[in-house]
Design a protein around this ligand. Sequence first.
Ligand SMILES: Cc1cc2nc3c(=O)[nH]c(=O)nc-3n(C[C@H](O)[C@H](O)[C@H](O)COP(=O)(O)OP(=O)(O)OC[C@H]3O[C@@H](n4cnc5c(N)ncnc54)[C@H](O)[C@@H]3O)c2cc1C
Length: 385
Amino acid sequence: MNSKHYDCIITGAGVLGSFHAYHAARKGLKVLLLEKDSQPTDATVRNFGMAIPSGLNQGKWSDYGVRSLEIYKDIQSEFDLSVRKNGSMYIASDATELTLLEELSAINKKMGYPSVITGKESCLEKYPGLRASYCMGGLFFPEEITVEPDRMIHRLIAFMQEQLGLIYRPYSLVKSVVYRNDRCFVETSDGREFTADKVLICNGRDFTSLYPELFAKSDIVVTKLQMMRTSPMTDFVLPGAVLGGLSIRRYESFQECPSYEKLNAATINEQCKKWGIHVLFKQAADGSLIIGDSHEYEDARNADRLGFDVKQVINDIILQEAQRIFDLPHWNITTQWNGYYAQRKEHDIFMETADTNTWIITAIGGKGMTVSAGLAEANIHKIFA
Ligand SMILES: Cc1cc2nc3c(=O)[nH]c(=O)nc-3n(C[C@H](O)[C@H](O)[C@H](O)COP(=O)(O)OP(=O)(O)OC[C@H]3O[C@@H](n4cnc5c(N)ncnc54)[C@H](O)[C@@H]3O)c2cc1C
């Protein structure tokens, strides 16, 4: 075997590609991870860093989420990935949302996934600044975690290089993958060639470098989200992830609750509806608060039409809604950014074979930080059975 031959080559070092690399390397395979940029800079580092299976439908996706929590915690026990197990709290703002929290808690109890109904007073005690005028009560998921998205992926890659023998090559844009003579030939834009028994392509929202025709006729859409960060807050602690009533209306897990249809859409601010806004909070390790987000959509082939601009009007509405929920020590926004992820209209992920021994795995939507570790484990077991 020449030194440029691998058991597995993975294209794209976002959370999906990196966790596939992790499980392949853990299996003892010789793995090469190729990233086009100097480091991953897309959805995987621009998100909240919430791993919250509680927001997913019961079944395969919540199972992958729960398994991912175990994987994050296992790695964290030997190498700092920035994982904090501080739980997530959904806050109800009206009686129907509160009923949904009770119903979701009952569903989770049956599945053996721990959650705690938390009364209004306890919520107000646990979360300083939470407004009594907003909070009717909450549902807390103690097992859920947060990570620092601007650190986690770099730490995971470093861990794999140091301890699992991963070969990682940034500045490596894969421009073609061809199967011939029983192996996959992977060529980068600067003319390097590598070969592997199997290739996985976890290309995120890049639909032009590889297989553009395949993606152009797919049902993939790209979603643009707006996010903000405050300056660090000293003497203010907001543990874990906090999600407001609009998330109860948005997350798929609540659609399984018997009272879901009773939610009254008329009570939602029209501007929140227009921009797909729900409000989530997470305090980063430096004390700053990450607040978001909104949702705008375009088909994959027209994704550039989403634009690169941060729309102030959207951030103003997010902040308005956020201020209904919390009375923070300050609202000094120091950073605003857009994140983009791919998802499908008709399915929950894009997993297809592009050629013999070549798989594309992308368009995981807004759940990638929550489920990728578990999904990748199942995929690697199947692909390298
Ligand atoms: C604002 C925002 C908030 C979010 N919050 C959460 C959250 O709290 N919890 C959660 O579970 N999920 C969240 N998500 C979703 C999550 O971030 C995504 O599902 C996940 O990061 C997608 O990972 P990925 O690896 O598929 O894509 P990406 O992160 O886009 O990674 C793909 C990588 O592939 C590389 N690449 C592409 N093509 C090539 C090529 N040809 N050659 C070499 N390299 C290539 C790219 O450079 C990129 O680094 C959020 C997303 C956003 C945008």
